[in-house]
Design a protein around this ligand. Sequence first.
Ligand SMILES: C[S@@+](CC[C@H](N)C(=O)[O-])C[C@H]1O[C@@H](n2cnc3c(N)ncnc32)[C@H](O)[C@@H]1O
Length: 447
Amino acid sequence: MSAAPSDSLNLFPPLVVVEPSGSRDRLVQADCLDLMGRLPEGSVDLIYVDPPFATGRSRRVGRTDRQRSYPDTWDGGLGSYLPWLKDRLVQMRRLLAPTGSLFLHLDWRASHYAKVALDEIFGASGFRNEIVWHYSSGGRARRCFSRKHDVILWYSRTSRWRFFPEAVAVRRDRCPSCGAARKSWNHLRRHTDEDGRVYRTIKSAGKIYRYYDDEPVVPPDVWLDVGHLQQKDPERLGYPTQKPEALLRRVMAATTRPGDLVADLFCGSGTTLAVASGMGRSFLGCDIGAEAVEITRARLDRCGASFSVERLGLLPVTGEQIESAESFRRAVRQGLGALHGPRGQPLIHGMLELAGGRRCLWIPPPLPREPTSPEQVRRFLAAVDAWDAAAGALLLCWEREGAVGHGDLEPRSRRGLPLQVVPIRWSSQPGEGVAGTLQLLSPKDPR
Ligand SMILES: C[S@@+](CC[C@H](N)C(=O)[O-])C[C@H]1O[C@@H](n2cnc3c(N)ncnc32)[C@H](O)[C@@H]1O
Protein backbone atom coordinates (compact mmCIF):
# COMPACT_ATOMS: atom_id res chain seq x y z
CA MET A 1 0.00 0.00 0.00
CA SER A 2 1.47 3.39 -0.82
CA ALA A 3 0.12 6.88 -1.04
CA ALA A 4 1.39 9.51 -3.42
CA PRO A 5 2.05 13.00 -2.10
CA SER A 6 -0.92 15.24 -2.70
CA ASP A 7 -0.52 17.94 -5.34
CA SER A 8 -2.52 20.45 -3.38
CA LEU A 9 -0.36 19.97 -0.30
CA ASN A 10 2.68 20.57 -2.44
CA LEU A 11 1.38 24.06 -2.90
CA PHE A 12 -0.26 24.95 0.36
CA PRO A 13 0.50 25.62 3.13
CA PRO A 14 3.94 26.93 2.27
CA LEU A 15 6.94 25.49 4.06
CA VAL A 16 8.45 28.39 5.99
CA VAL A 17 12.19 28.24 6.55
CA VAL A 18 12.62 29.93 9.91
CA GLU A 19 16.39 29.43 10.02
CA PRO A 20 18.15 28.38 6.82
CA SER A 21 21.33 26.34 6.73
CA GLY A 22 23.54 24.96 4.02
CA SER A 23 23.31 21.52 5.59
CA ARG A 24 21.08 18.61 4.53
CA ASP A 25 19.90 18.18 8.13
CA ARG A 26 16.46 19.52 9.00
CA LEU A 27 14.21 20.13 11.99
CA VAL A 28 10.59 20.85 11.03
CA GLN A 29 7.65 21.87 13.16
CA ALA A 30 4.67 20.23 11.45
CA ASP A 31 2.08 17.53 11.62
CA CYS A 32 4.30 14.80 10.24
CA LEU A 33 1.57 13.64 7.86
CA ASP A 34 1.70 16.97 6.05
CA LEU A 35 5.48 16.98 5.97
CA MET A 36 5.75 13.41 4.69
CA GLY A 37 3.30 14.19 1.88
CA ARG A 38 5.94 16.55 0.49
CA LEU A 39 8.97 14.30 0.74
CA PRO A 40 10.12 12.16 -2.17
CA GLU A 41 9.47 8.42 -2.19
CA GLY A 42 12.41 6.21 -1.23
CA SER A 43 14.48 9.04 0.22
CA VAL A 44 15.05 7.88 3.82
CA ASP A 45 17.30 5.06 5.06
CA LEU A 46 15.96 4.65 8.58
CA ILE A 47 12.82 5.88 10.31
CA TYR A 48 12.57 5.53 14.09
CA VAL A 49 9.32 6.82 15.60
CA ASP A 50 8.07 6.99 19.14
CA PRO A 51 4.59 8.48 18.66
CA PRO A 52 2.05 9.16 21.40
CA PHE A 53 1.13 5.76 22.89
CA ALA A 54 -2.64 6.39 23.20
CA THR A 55 -2.34 6.69 26.98
CA GLY A 56 -5.48 8.83 27.15
CA ARG A 57 -3.77 11.58 29.13
CA SER A 58 -1.62 14.61 28.51
CA ARG A 59 2.01 13.70 29.01
CA ARG A 60 2.94 16.43 31.42
CA VAL A 61 5.93 17.19 33.54
CA GLY A 62 4.94 19.69 36.22
CA ARG A 63 7.52 22.41 36.67
CA THR A 64 7.30 25.66 38.48
CA ASP A 65 8.66 27.74 35.63
CA ARG A 66 6.68 26.18 32.81
CA GLN A 67 4.79 23.08 31.83
CA ARG A 68 6.18 20.71 29.23
CA SER A 69 3.52 18.56 27.71
CA TYR A 70 1.93 17.14 24.61
CA PRO A 71 -1.58 15.78 24.29
CA ASP A 72 -2.13 12.02 24.09
CA THR A 73 -5.92 12.03 24.44
CA TRP A 74 -8.16 10.65 21.72
CA ASP A 75 -11.89 11.20 21.29
CA GLY A 76 -13.08 7.71 20.55
CA GLY A 77 -9.95 6.10 22.08
CA LEU A 78 -8.20 3.57 19.86
CA GLY A 79 -11.01 4.01 17.31
CA SER A 80 -9.59 7.40 16.39
CA TYR A 81 -5.94 6.77 17.37
CA LEU A 82 -5.38 3.79 15.08
CA PRO A 83 -6.58 5.37 11.80
CA TRP A 84 -4.51 8.44 12.72
CA LEU A 85 -1.42 6.28 13.21
CA LYS A 86 -2.08 4.15 10.15
CA ASP A 87 -2.26 7.18 7.83
CA ARG A 88 1.20 8.14 9.01
CA LEU A 89 2.67 4.63 8.79
CA VAL A 90 1.55 4.39 5.15
CA GLN A 91 3.52 7.53 4.37
CA MET A 92 6.54 6.25 6.31
CA ARG A 93 6.71 3.15 4.16
CA ARG A 94 6.55 5.32 1.03
CA LEU A 95 9.51 7.37 2.24
CA LEU A 96 11.78 4.40 2.88
CA ALA A 97 14.55 3.51 0.45
CA PRO A 98 14.43 -0.10 -0.86
CA THR A 99 17.08 -0.97 1.74
CA GLY A 100 15.36 1.09 4.45
CA SER A 101 13.77 0.14 7.76
CA LEU A 102 11.10 1.45 10.09
CA PHE A 103 11.31 1.05 13.88
CA LEU A 104 7.99 1.84 15.59
CA HIS A 105 8.16 2.24 19.37
CA LEU A 106 4.93 1.63 21.35
CA ASP A 107 3.76 -0.21 24.44
CA TRP A 108 1.08 -2.72 25.50
CA ARG A 109 -1.76 -0.34 24.65
CA ALA A 110 -1.43 -0.31 20.88
CA SER A 111 1.59 -2.37 19.75
CA HIS A 112 -0.50 -5.44 18.82
CA TYR A 113 -2.88 -3.37 16.68
CA ALA A 114 0.07 -1.57 15.13
CA LYS A 115 1.68 -4.90 14.21
CA VAL A 116 -1.46 -5.95 12.33
CA ALA A 117 -1.51 -2.56 10.59
CA LEU A 118 2.17 -2.85 9.65
CA ASP A 119 1.65 -6.37 8.29
CA GLU A 120 -1.00 -4.86 6.01
CA ILE A 121 1.09 -1.87 4.99
CA PHE A 122 4.48 -3.59 4.53
CA GLY A 123 3.23 -7.12 3.94
CA ALA A 124 3.90 -9.79 6.58
CA SER A 125 7.24 -10.46 4.85
CA GLY A 126 8.35 -6.96 5.89
CA PHE A 127 8.42 -7.97 9.55
CA ARG A 128 11.94 -8.27 10.97
CA ASN A 129 11.74 -8.16 14.77
CA GLU A 130 9.53 -7.39 17.71
CA ILE A 131 12.08 -5.94 20.11
CA VAL A 132 11.21 -6.01 23.78
CA TRP A 133 12.84 -3.17 25.64
CA HIS A 134 12.77 -4.04 29.34
CA TYR A 135 13.38 -1.49 32.07
CA SER A 136 12.85 -1.63 35.77
CA SER A 137 12.04 1.97 36.71
CA GLY A 138 8.57 3.16 37.73
CA GLY A 139 5.98 1.82 40.17
CA ARG A 140 5.01 -1.78 40.89
CA ALA A 141 1.59 -3.25 40.16
CA ARG A 142 -0.42 -4.97 42.90
CA ARG A 143 -3.11 -6.75 40.93
CA CYS A 144 -1.11 -8.03 37.95
CA PHE A 145 2.56 -8.35 36.97
CA SER A 146 4.27 -4.97 36.66
CA ARG A 147 4.38 -3.71 33.08
CA LYS A 148 8.05 -3.17 32.48
CA HIS A 149 8.64 -3.25 28.76
CA ASP A 150 7.99 -1.33 25.57
CA VAL A 151 7.77 -2.91 22.14
CA ILE A 152 9.74 -1.74 19.11
CA LEU A 153 8.48 -3.19 15.83
CA TRP A 154 11.03 -3.41 13.04
CA TYR A 155 9.79 -3.63 9.43
CA SER A 156 11.84 -3.35 6.26
CA ARG A 157 10.54 -1.97 3.00
CA THR A 158 11.93 -4.85 0.91
CA SER A 159 13.91 -8.06 1.36
CA ARG A 160 17.09 -6.02 0.77
CA TRP A 161 17.17 -4.50 4.27
CA ARG A 162 20.45 -3.49 5.84
CA PHE A 163 21.73 -5.15 8.98
CA PHE A 164 25.24 -4.74 10.32
CA PRO A 165 25.59 -7.46 12.97
CA GLU A 166 29.24 -6.66 13.68
CA ALA A 167 28.24 -3.15 14.80
CA VAL A 168 26.03 -4.45 17.60
CA ALA A 169 27.57 -7.83 18.37
CA VAL A 170 28.84 -8.71 21.86
CA ARG A 171 31.37 -11.40 22.91
CA ARG A 172 29.93 -14.84 23.45
CA ASP A 173 31.22 -14.94 27.06
CA ARG A 174 29.13 -11.86 27.91
CA CYS A 175 25.43 -11.83 28.59
CA PRO A 176 24.11 -10.81 25.13
CA SER A 177 21.56 -8.53 26.72
CA CYS A 178 23.27 -6.95 29.68
CA GLY A 179 27.00 -7.34 28.91
CA ALA A 180 27.83 -9.01 32.27
CA ALA A 181 30.18 -12.03 32.30
CA ARG A 182 28.22 -15.10 31.29
CA LYS A 183 27.83 -17.66 34.06
CA SER A 184 25.71 -20.39 32.54
CA TRP A 185 27.04 -22.41 29.58
CA ASN A 186 24.33 -25.09 29.29
CA HIS A 187 26.72 -28.01 29.89
CA LEU A 188 29.19 -26.94 27.21
CA ARG A 189 32.72 -28.19 27.99
CA ARG A 190 35.48 -25.64 28.42
CA HIS A 191 38.80 -25.95 26.49
CA THR A 192 41.77 -23.75 25.63
CA ASP A 193 43.37 -23.96 22.19
CA GLU A 194 47.07 -23.76 21.33
CA ASP A 195 46.88 -19.93 21.13
CA GLY A 196 45.35 -19.70 24.61
CA ARG A 197 41.83 -18.88 23.36
CA VAL A 198 39.02 -20.31 25.43
CA TYR A 199 36.31 -22.25 23.60
CA ARG A 200 33.38 -24.50 24.45
CA THR A 201 32.21 -27.67 22.77
CA ILE A 202 29.02 -29.65 22.62
CA LYS A 203 28.28 -32.88 20.79
CA SER A 204 24.98 -33.16 18.98
CA ALA A 205 23.86 -35.84 16.46
CA GLY A 206 27.40 -37.19 16.35
CA LYS A 207 28.88 -33.80 15.48
CA ILE A 208 31.06 -31.62 17.72
CA TYR A 209 30.28 -27.92 17.75
CA ARG A 210 32.97 -25.46 18.89
CA TYR A 211 32.23 -21.93 20.18
CA TYR A 212 34.96 -19.41 21.05
CA ASP A 213 34.36 -17.20 24.11
CA ASP A 214 35.69 -14.09 22.38
CA GLU A 215 33.60 -14.60 19.22
CA PRO A 216 31.07 -11.80 18.60
CA VAL A 217 27.38 -12.80 18.56
CA VAL A 218 24.28 -10.80 17.68
CA PRO A 219 22.15 -9.87 20.71
CA PRO A 220 18.63 -11.27 20.95
CA ASP A 221 15.43 -9.27 20.51
CA VAL A 222 14.99 -8.77 24.24
CA TRP A 223 17.01 -5.79 25.40
CA LEU A 224 17.74 -5.74 29.11
CA ASP A 225 20.79 -3.54 29.22
CA VAL A 226 19.33 -0.11 28.39
CA GLY A 227 17.78 1.60 31.40
CA HIS A 228 15.08 4.30 31.36
CA LEU A 229 16.52 7.74 32.09
CA GLN A 230 16.56 8.29 35.84
CA GLN A 231 15.56 11.61 37.41
CA LYS A 232 19.17 12.72 37.81
CA ASP A 233 20.48 11.34 34.50
CA PRO A 234 22.60 14.04 32.81
CA GLU A 235 20.95 13.10 29.49
CA ARG A 236 17.54 14.09 30.84
CA LEU A 237 16.04 17.31 29.48
CA GLY A 238 12.73 17.27 31.33
CA TYR A 239 10.73 16.26 28.26
CA PRO A 240 8.08 13.65 29.04
CA THR A 241 8.74 10.21 27.56
CA GLN A 242 12.30 11.12 26.49
CA LYS A 243 14.09 7.94 25.36
CA PRO A 244 17.71 7.02 26.17
CA GLU A 245 20.33 7.65 23.50
CA ALA A 246 21.72 4.12 23.99
CA LEU A 247 18.53 2.69 22.52
CA LEU A 248 18.87 4.77 19.38
CA ARG A 249 22.58 4.07 19.07
CA ARG A 250 21.87 0.35 18.82
CA VAL A 251 19.09 0.80 16.25
CA MET A 252 21.22 3.13 14.14
CA ALA A 253 24.42 1.10 14.38
CA ALA A 254 22.54 -2.05 13.34
CA THR A 255 20.81 -0.61 10.28
CA THR A 256 22.63 2.44 8.92
CA ARG A 257 25.99 3.61 7.63
CA PRO A 258 27.61 7.02 8.08
CA GLY A 259 25.99 9.52 5.70
CA ASP A 260 22.62 7.71 5.65
CA LEU A 261 19.49 9.75 6.25
CA VAL A 262 17.70 8.99 9.54
CA ALA A 263 14.22 10.43 10.17
CA ASP A 264 12.23 10.76 13.38
CA LEU A 265 8.77 12.12 12.60
CA PHE A 266 7.75 12.42 16.28
CA CYS A 267 11.09 13.64 17.54
CA GLY A 268 10.07 15.07 20.96
CA SER A 269 13.26 16.23 22.66
CA GLY A 270 15.37 15.19 19.65
CA THR A 271 17.02 12.00 20.96
CA THR A 272 17.20 10.36 17.52
CA LEU A 273 18.60 13.48 15.89
CA ALA A 274 21.27 14.01 18.55
CA VAL A 275 22.40 10.39 18.15
CA ALA A 276 22.33 10.62 14.34
CA SER A 277 24.44 13.76 14.46
CA GLY A 278 26.94 12.12 16.84
CA MET A 279 27.19 9.03 14.61
CA GLY A 280 27.73 10.96 11.37
CA ARG A 281 24.27 10.28 9.92
CA SER A 282 22.10 12.96 8.30
CA PHE A 283 18.84 13.68 10.06
CA LEU A 284 15.30 14.88 9.48
CA GLY A 285 13.32 15.62 12.64
CA CYS A 286 9.71 16.63 12.91
CA ASP A 287 7.42 17.43 15.82
CA ILE A 288 4.11 19.21 15.98
CA GLY A 289 4.91 20.94 19.28
CA ALA A 290 6.67 24.29 19.53
CA GLU A 291 8.13 23.26 22.88
CA ALA A 292 9.58 20.02 21.46
CA VAL A 293 11.16 21.90 18.55
CA GLU A 294 12.68 24.45 20.93
CA ILE A 295 14.18 21.75 23.16
CA THR A 296 15.48 19.80 20.16
CA ARG A 297 16.99 22.89 18.60
CA ALA A 298 18.90 23.71 21.81
CA ARG A 299 20.04 20.06 22.14
CA LEU A 300 21.33 19.95 18.57
CA ASP A 301 23.07 23.29 19.02
CA ARG A 302 24.89 21.82 22.01
CA CYS A 303 25.96 18.89 19.77
CA GLY A 304 27.43 21.43 17.34
CA ALA A 305 25.08 20.29 14.54
CA SER A 306 24.28 22.52 11.59
CA PHE A 307 20.64 22.23 10.45
CA SER A 308 17.71 24.25 9.15
CA VAL A 309 14.60 24.96 11.22
CA GLU A 310 11.36 24.97 9.24
CA ARG A 311 7.64 25.22 9.89
CA LEU A 312 4.74 23.80 7.95
CA GLY A 313 1.06 24.50 8.54
CA LEU A 314 1.53 25.78 12.08
CA LEU A 315 1.44 29.44 12.98
CA PRO A 316 2.37 30.65 16.45
CA VAL A 317 0.04 33.51 17.45
CA THR A 318 0.52 35.99 20.31
CA GLY A 319 -2.18 37.28 22.68
CA GLU A 320 -2.14 40.69 20.93
CA GLN A 321 -2.64 39.09 17.54
CA ILE A 322 -5.93 37.49 18.55
CA GLU A 323 -7.35 40.71 19.94
CA SER A 324 -8.99 41.74 16.65
CA ALA A 325 -9.87 40.27 13.27
CA GLU A 326 -7.43 42.66 11.58
CA SER A 327 -4.44 41.80 13.82
CA PHE A 328 -5.22 38.09 13.44
CA ARG A 329 -5.38 38.36 9.65
CA ARG A 330 -2.12 40.25 9.61
CA ALA A 331 -0.46 37.48 11.68
CA VAL A 332 -1.78 34.75 9.38
CA ARG A 333 -0.66 36.63 6.26
CA GLN A 334 2.76 37.10 7.78
CA GLY A 335 3.03 33.45 8.78
CA LEU A 336 2.10 32.30 5.28
CA GLY A 337 4.17 34.87 3.45
CA ALA A 338 0.96 36.35 1.95
CA LEU A 339 0.30 39.93 0.87
CA HIS A 340 -2.51 42.23 1.97
CA GLY A 341 -5.78 41.86 0.05
CA PRO A 342 -6.52 44.34 -2.80
CA ARG A 343 -7.63 47.85 -1.86
CA GLY A 344 -11.39 48.33 -1.67
CA GLN A 345 -11.98 44.55 -1.35
CA PRO A 346 -12.64 43.95 2.36
CA LEU A 347 -13.82 40.38 1.79
CA ILE A 348 -10.48 39.33 0.27
CA HIS A 349 -8.21 39.07 3.28
CA GLY A 350 -4.92 38.31 1.59
CA MET A 351 -3.13 37.30 -1.59
CA LEU A 352 -0.78 34.40 -1.96
CA GLU A 353 1.47 33.69 -4.94
CA LEU A 354 1.77 29.91 -5.31
CA ALA A 355 3.32 27.74 -8.00
CA GLY A 356 -0.15 27.26 -9.54
CA GLY A 357 -0.85 31.02 -9.63
CA ARG A 358 -2.40 33.69 -7.45
CA ARG A 359 -4.83 32.76 -4.65
CA CYS A 360 -7.22 35.07 -2.85
CA LEU A 361 -7.46 34.28 0.86
CA TRP A 362 -10.42 34.10 3.18
CA ILE A 363 -9.31 34.32 6.83
CA PRO A 364 -12.07 34.12 9.46
CA PRO A 365 -11.96 36.24 12.63
CA PRO A 366 -10.15 34.67 15.62
CA LEU A 367 -13.26 34.80 17.84
CA PRO A 368 -15.82 33.38 17.93
CA ARG A 369 -14.37 30.33 16.21
CA GLU A 370 -17.52 29.84 14.16
CA PRO A 371 -17.59 27.78 10.97
CA THR A 372 -17.72 29.88 7.81
CA SER A 373 -21.26 29.87 6.44
CA PRO A 374 -22.18 29.01 2.82
CA GLU A 375 -23.45 32.61 2.51
CA GLN A 376 -20.04 34.00 3.52
CA VAL A 377 -18.40 31.69 0.98
CA ARG A 378 -20.77 32.84 -1.74
CA ARG A 379 -20.05 36.50 -1.02
CA PHE A 380 -16.29 35.92 -0.84
CA LEU A 381 -16.22 34.04 -4.16
CA ALA A 382 -18.37 36.75 -5.77
CA ALA A 383 -15.84 39.33 -4.55
CA VAL A 384 -12.95 37.28 -6.00
CA ASP A 385 -14.75 36.92 -9.34
CA ALA A 386 -15.51 40.62 -9.48
CA TRP A 387 -11.90 41.53 -8.76
CA ASP A 388 -10.04 38.94 -10.85
CA ALA A 389 -12.09 36.21 -12.52
CA ALA A 390 -8.90 34.21 -13.20
CA ALA A 391 -7.65 34.10 -9.59
CA GLY A 392 -7.79 31.00 -7.43
CA ALA A 393 -9.32 31.03 -3.96
CA LEU A 394 -8.25 29.55 -0.66
CA LEU A 395 -10.50 29.54 2.37
CA LEU A 396 -9.22 28.93 5.89
CA CYS A 397 -12.24 27.78 7.91
CA TRP A 398 -12.51 26.90 11.58
CA GLU A 399 -12.85 23.16 11.88
CA ARG A 400 -16.31 22.08 12.99
CA GLU A 401 -18.93 19.50 12.27
CA GLY A 402 -21.01 20.69 9.29
CA ALA A 403 -18.45 23.36 8.40
CA VAL A 404 -18.18 24.56 4.84
CA GLY A 405 -16.91 21.93 2.42
CA HIS A 406 -16.12 21.54 -1.24
CA GLY A 407 -19.85 21.20 -2.02
CA ASP A 408 -20.28 24.87 -1.23
CA LEU A 409 -17.60 25.70 -3.78
CA GLU A 410 -19.05 23.68 -6.64
CA PRO A 411 -19.96 26.49 -9.09
CA ARG A 412 -16.43 27.85 -9.09
CA SER A 413 -14.76 24.43 -9.08
CA ARG A 414 -16.54 23.64 -12.32
CA ARG A 415 -14.72 26.52 -14.01
CA GLY A 416 -11.47 24.73 -13.24
CA LEU A 417 -10.02 27.47 -11.05
CA PRO A 418 -7.85 26.42 -8.12
CA LEU A 419 -9.95 26.33 -5.00
CA GLN A 420 -9.27 24.86 -1.59
CA VAL A 421 -10.88 24.79 1.84
CA VAL A 422 -8.31 24.32 4.59
CA PRO A 423 -9.75 23.49 8.02
CA ILE A 424 -7.96 25.33 10.81
CA ARG A 425 -7.74 24.43 14.50
CA TRP A 426 -6.71 26.50 17.50
CA SER A 427 -4.34 24.80 19.86
CA SER A 428 -4.12 26.78 23.06
CA GLN A 429 -0.94 25.07 24.26
CA PRO A 430 1.22 28.10 24.91
CA GLY A 431 4.83 28.17 23.88
CA GLU A 432 7.55 30.74 24.49
CA GLY A 433 5.87 34.16 24.03
CA VAL A 434 2.78 32.87 22.17
CA ALA A 435 -0.86 32.50 23.17
CA GLY A 436 -1.39 29.44 21.03
CA THR A 437 -0.84 27.85 17.66
CA LEU A 438 -3.04 27.92 14.61
CA GLN A 439 -2.90 24.55 12.89
CA LEU A 440 -3.75 24.23 9.21
CA LEU A 441 -5.11 20.73 8.89
CA SER A 442 -4.87 18.29 6.08
CA PRO A 443 -8.46 17.58 4.97
CA LYS A 444 -8.40 14.09 6.56
CA ASP A 445 -7.56 14.17 10.27
CA PRO A 446 -9.93 12.22 12.52
CA ARG A 447 -8.60 13.53 15.81
C1 LIG B 1 6.65 10.02 22.83
S1 LIG B 1 7.03 11.63 22.34
C2 LIG B 1 8.59 11.45 21.55
C3 LIG B 1 9.72 11.45 22.54
C4 LIG B 1 11.09 11.31 21.87
N1 LIG B 1 11.31 9.99 21.37
C5 LIG B 1 12.20 11.69 22.80
O1 LIG B 1 13.13 10.90 23.02
O2 LIG B 1 12.16 12.80 23.34
C6 LIG B 1 5.90 11.88 21.02
C7 LIG B 1 6.01 13.22 20.31
O3 LIG B 1 5.13 13.21 19.19
C8 LIG B 1 4.72 14.55 18.95
N2 LIG B 1 3.55 14.53 18.06
C9 LIG B 1 2.26 14.24 18.36
N3 LIG B 1 1.49 14.29 17.24
C10 LIG B 1 2.31 14.62 16.22
C11 LIG B 1 2.14 14.80 14.82
N4 LIG B 1 0.94 14.66 14.25
N5 LIG B 1 3.21 15.12 14.04
C12 LIG B 1 4.45 15.28 14.61
N6 LIG B 1 4.67 15.12 15.94
C13 LIG B 1 3.63 14.78 16.74
C14 LIG B 1 4.47 15.10 20.35
O4 LIG B 1 4.52 16.53 20.34
C15 LIG B 1 5.61 14.45 21.14
O5 LIG B 1 6.72 15.30 21.21
